[in-house]
Design a protein around this ligand. Structure first.
Ligand SMILES: Nc1ncnc2c1ncn2[C@@H]1O[C@H](COP(=O)(O)OP(=O)(O)OP(=O)(O)O)[C@@H](O)[C@H]1O
Ligand SMILES: [Mg+2]
Length: 216
């Protein structure tokens, strides 16, 4: 009961009181203005990660994701890089229950480590990257900016193995649709057969489209 109250309070504290606007370090109280500022600051921060001027150990695990999230959103939100303690959904869908977030991301990190990267062609690499993103998206560990942080981690992973990901090649509707369908079927959440797992198959076409030979 105490835990539930704490979770509820943490969730409520993410809003400017009496509004649905995220409380932020910039003192912005207008939703559109906040969206613009978030886009600009996070885009600049992302470029600094990509060009190496912000250095983050490339471990492709939860610590890596947290550090990326902090780099992208740390100037904007007080909860940047911190795992949520409240449940989170979008419309009718639910992301991972808080008690499975760590395990989902540990499974992801193991999956990354065991891939025979040098032997993977275009199709297999797209499948592997879809698998990684499906877990990141299901875990959805942060209050917001999960898409940005997750896409960046997967892009860095692709680059490390000689590929490039150009997400602008994927129509946004396809991205969202694939992301939504890749979530575990709500009726399958934790049965006797084991915990619910995301299904990366729905994201494979998007990664297939985004994955390119690097121009360098
Ligand atoms: N209905 C949905 N069901 C499941 N996943 C979704 C849904 N809509 C969006 N997503 C996924 O969640 C991500 C957005 O999550 P979030 O809003 O936390 O991140 P963001 O960085 O603020 O947004 P974006 O990725 O859109 O820039 C999307 O990139 C997509 O992968
Ligand atoms: Mg968002």
């Amino acid at each position: 009961m105490f835990r539930q109250r704490k979770a509820r309070a943490a969730w409520e504290a993410t809003f400017i009181p009496g509004t649905y606007i995220l409380a932020n370090k910039l003192g912005i109280t207008d939703a559109r203005q906040l969206q613009r500022a978030e886009f600009e600051l996070a885009t600049d921060a992302e470029l600094r990660v990509l060009d190496g001027s912000t250095r983050i150990p490339a471990t492709y695990d939860f610590d890596h994701l947290k550090a990326l999230h902090r780099a992208l959103a740390g100037d904007i939100y007080p909860w940047a890089g911190q795992c949520r303690i409240y449940e989170l959904g979008r419309g009718s869908v639910s992301f991972a229950p808080t008690h499975v977030i760590d395990r989902q991301l540990a499974t992801m990190a193991r999956f990354v480590r065991k891939q025979p990267w040098a032997e993977l062609g275009h199709d297999e690499t797209a499948q592997v990257l879809a698998h990684v993103y499906a877990r990141l998206n299901y875990a959805h560990p942060f209050r917001d900016c999960n898409g940005r942080a997750g896409k960046l981690l997967v892009r860095l992973l692709a680059r490390e193995h000689g590929w490039e990901l150009d997400y602008s090649r994927v129509p946004i509707a396809d991205w969202i649709h694939g992301s939504r369908l890749s979530l575990p079927d709500p009726s399958a959440v934790s049965t006797w057969a084991g915990p619910a797992e995301p299904d990366p198959a729905y994201l494979v076409p998007a990664f297939h489209r985004a994955l390119i030979e690097p121009p360098w």
